[in-house]
Design a binder for this molecule. Structure first.
Ligand SMILES: C[S@@+](CC[C@H](N)C(=O)[O-])C[C@H]1O[C@@H](n2cnc3c(N)ncnc32)[C@H](O)[C@@H]1O
Length: 225
């Protein structure tokens, strides 16, 4: 298991064809939540993280230079769904960190509640990301705001949450699904529009198109001044 120098607490192996597999050290040894492979190495247990199931992992596989995520980070995760990516973020931030996992679909938040009973640094929130004031009382100031919601106003929702919760100097990570925003314009053109909006309030530190892992998606990493 080889640690990434640029992504704290994320590891990789290479198979005989040179293909990378991604891992985090399992915060809850013995437990896998999505039937992911558990691998033991050097007395530790690691969970296999699939870039085809996670836009954050896809961004790493596409060569992001940084995410800002580290041990002890406080994270607001918007669009946590059943918790696939959030569970790996939980491994990365470890026991000293916390991941506030928000989704507006009661069905998935119910699943999240069961996961959060096992992964004690995760907190489920049933809430609508378009209305940060409605859940502000449940969230601490954050080092990282991560967003993956398939909504037309993805950039505005993200910036509004960064305004409310992100500490100065904190990192925002935005996964963009171009077809949810506007199906009539080519993805590259849409990414340029999102970039323009983000640049007005943040500093963009990285950007990657996520194809072929996620068709017509990209990811931005920004820093709050
Ligand atoms: C593509 S899924 C997220 C997958 C997840 N990030 C992962 O990698 O495991 C998008 C999620 O965003 C949620 N969502 C969409 N709009 C939302 C909103 N306004 N507020 C909260 N959640 C929202 C949906 O219910 C859905 O679960």
């Amino acid at each position: 298991m080889i640690p990434f120098t640029k992504f704290e607490n994320v590891y990789f192996t290479k198979d005989s064809r040179g293909r990378e597999r991604f891992f985090t050290q399992n915060l809850t040894p013995g437990l896998s939540f999505f039937e992911e492979d558990l691998v033991r190495d050097g007395g530790r247990e690691y969970r296999n993280w699939e870039p085809r199931r996670s836009k954050l992992c896809a961004g790493m596989a596409k060569g992001l230079s940084q995410t800002g995520l580290k041990r002890g980070s406080t994270v607001l995760y918007l669009g946590a769904s059943h918790g696939y990516t959030a569970s790996f973020v939980s491994d990365i931030v470890g026991r000293e960190g916390v991941v506030f996992c928000l989704d507006f679909a009661p069905r998935v938040v119910r699943d999240l509640v069961f996961m959060c009973e096992k992964k004690e640094n995760m907190a489920p929130i049933l809430g609508d990301a378009t209305d940060p004031k409605s859940y502000a009382y449940r969230v601490l100031p954050c080092d990282i705001v991560f967003q993956d919601v398939a909504q037309k106003q993805q950039a505005e929702i993200f910036l509004d949450n960064c305004k409310h919760f992100l500490k100065p100097g904190g990192f925002g990570i935005l996964a963009v699904k171009s077809r949810s925003m506007d199906i009539t314009i080519p993805p590259r053109q849409l990414y340029a529009k999102v970039k323009e909006k983000l640049e007005k309030e943040t500093t963009i530190v990285d950007f990657k198109v996520l194809d072929p892992f996620e068709k017509d998606h990209c990811i931005f990493v920004v820093k709050k001044p």
